[in-house]
Design a protein around this ligand. Structure first.
Ligand code: TYM
Length: 354
């Protein structure tokens, strides 16, 4: 489950890029707003582990302040935050190599977030597709926090001067906005203080789709549990969901072009490729001509071999919540040691008496 997979060139940024004054540092976050899915795992966590194991400085955060932009039951939020931490560690992240922590224990995120609320423009926020999707027609009733969400996200990244952010495709627009905020801050104050962070959106499964509808993203909020694989699913559940996953009647093509109008087929091949650490083209050249009745059992074997040990390790870690809390507390202290001087310098640049 934790075997080091060769990271792609962009996922292994140079340890000290010659032209940049900023040290290479990776930050990413996941909301503890529900269970983890295979989408989170393949789009984000698997890459987090690769980057950690390539020796770069890595910070991974449970963004609980983001989670409360929509209603969260307090007990469930605590549970989900611990479960997310357990998922991180079960997948191979370790406090020995990465800084693992929850956002609310590092107050500098919210403090820099406020400064960025004053840098970002209302129009920028209003154009965010995630805001439009989540607020929908009922924007008047959405929380102010949901609207300002991307400014806090920019603060998460920039309070560490992070240079690279591994995410799935759905976060691309938010990361562009983080660059816009950094650039406007630097311009307005005449400094080169915040880096223009690079998104790292790579691999075969940057957008894992629902198992019931290949045109919809796999999501923790999908009402049908059969639409997603949860990281807490055991071997039987994983096998059942893949066996029942929607497909079409045709055999697998020999070329990725042959998947163009077949979203469900494309999704299963992409999941296979991401799990195997290879490309869609490589999977097709091995399985061309196979019907799904032959391909699905192979996919089940691969998924169960990788995911079932993660789910049982998560359950083991969740049996000792105090140990998870201790680990998060220590991670927060280490994170604060980086964030506090950057926030202090930001306040100084803005003109606050220090
Ligand atoms: P969140 O919590 O929705 O998702 C966490 C990560 O999982 C990826 N992801 C997917 N990737 C591929 N296919 C899918 N179906 C899929 N579903 C989710 C997401 O792209 C993401 O990388 N706004 C962020 C959290 C955040 C953050 C940050 C991320 C807050 N601050 C700073 C990076 C840096 C979010 O809601 O992710």
């Amino acid at each position: 489950m934790t075997e080091p997979v060769a990271a792609t060139p962009a996922a292994t940024p140079a340890a000290s890029p010659a032209a940049s004054p900023f040290k290479t540092r990776v930050f990413s976050g996941i909301q503890p707003s529900g269970g983890l899915t295979l989408g989170n795992y393949l789009g984000a966590i698997k890459r987090f582990v690769q980057m950690q194991d390539s020796g770069i400085e890595t910070l991974y955060c449970m963004v609980d302040l983001h989670a409360i932009t929509v209603w969260q039951d307090p007990d469930k939020l605590r549970h989900n935050t611990r479960e997310l931490a357990a998922g991180f560690m079960a997948a191979g992240l370790t406090p020995a190599k990465s800084i693992l922590f929850n956002q609310s224990q590092v107050p500098e995120h919210a403090q820099l977030g406020w400064v960025f609320n004053c840098v970002a423009r209302m129009g920028w926020m209003g154009r965010m597709t995630q805001w439009k999707d989540k607020a929908g027609k009922n924007a008047e009733q959405a929380s102010l926090g949901l609207f300002a969400y991307p400014a806090l996200m920019a603060a998460d990244i920039l309070v560490y001067h992070a240079t690279h952010v591994p995410v799935g495709e759905d976060q691309k627009q938010h990361l562009e906005l983080a660059r816009d905020i950094a650039a406007k801050f630097n311009h307005d104050y005449g400094v080169n203080f915040f880096p223009l962070t690079e998104p790292v959106i790579e691999g075969a499964a940057t957008r894992v789709m629902s198992l019931r509808d290949g045109t919809k993203k796999m999501s923790k909020s999908d009402p049908s549990d059969m639409a997603r694989i949860n990281m807490t699913d055991d071997a039987d559940a994983i096998a059942k969901k893949i066996r029942k996953a929607k497909t079409d009647a045709d055999a697998l093509p020999s070329d990725p072009k042959g998947l163009e109008d077949r979203p469900e087929a494309r999704n299963l091949v992409a999941i296979y490729a991401a799990l195997a650490g290879t490309s869609i083209a490589a999977v097709l050249s091995e399985h061309a001509g196979q019907p799904f009745s032959a391909f699905k059992p192979r996919l089940i074997d691969l998924a169960v071999a990788e995911l079932a040990p993660i789910s049982s390790e998560m359950a083991r870690l969740m049996a000792d919540p105090a140990e998870i809390d201790r680990m998060l507390g220590q991670g927060a202290q280490t994170a604060r040691a980086i964030a506090a001087p950057i926030l202090d310098r930001t306040y100084d640049i803005v003109g606050m008496i220090r």
